[in-house]
Ligand binder design. Sequence first.
Ligand SMILES: [Zn+2]
Length: 273
Amino acid sequence: MMPELPEVEVVRRDLEKEICSDQQILQFIFHRKDIRDPIPIKKINKLVGSSILKIRRRAKYLLFETEQGNLISHLGMSGSWRICDVAEKSLRKHDHIEIHFSDGKCFIYNDPRRFGIFDFSKDLENYKKMVGLGPEPWAAEFSVPYLVEKFKKINRSIKLSLMDPKIVVGVGNIYASEILFEAGIKPQKKSCRLSQQELEKIISITQKILEQAILGGGSTIKTFQQTNGNSGKFQNQHRVYGRHGKPCYECHQFIRKAEIAGRSSFWCPRCQK
Ligand SMILES: [Zn+2]
């Protein structure tokens, strides 16, 4: 399972606990020149001697902020970071990048399938891969008037709109099914036909469900090491996703499954209108 926004946020929180202002980057070690794309090794090596001031997240991008610019990490399908003491470092298969710090710690990036990204940008505003992304689910911009405006002419299903990162970032396939179940909205319903009330529900439930997933994520340093980015906890809480043919927890009607634009969608025909 691919790391989704909540898993990336958990990684961010774990890594950020490990940085402090008097800790400098001692060296980078690259075991390959590319992951999904070539790594700008020369540019990145110029950061030796500087500190990571903050680790932020935008959509599923981790941003290691330095005075010179941002290191950008995307976990792709199977990427993970772990932290260890350089003195006790033991490399594993698929370890591609190491960042060593002056306090003896190091961050190690592992990625068996190599769909991840490790990049550098001085100017994030214009960083190609992030241009055009919609707001974060918790941003004030993600509001009813915003969605009314966006959905006005959108004839496709709400499920697809919710998963469109140009509308809002961070809602993957599983979360979309779960959010719509809790909102009582059928995934096939056309985006432009949603009422203000339904939009309000979608916003607050999106925030709530993603927040729960972050809180349930636990420490990635432990859980993400051998798994493929699946913390495994959110899975146990699915109310519709993967439950087709089983009775709805609310009304006992059988959960249905259909493909919407090639992605499996699950819903309760009684609870969702
Ligand atoms: Zn039901």
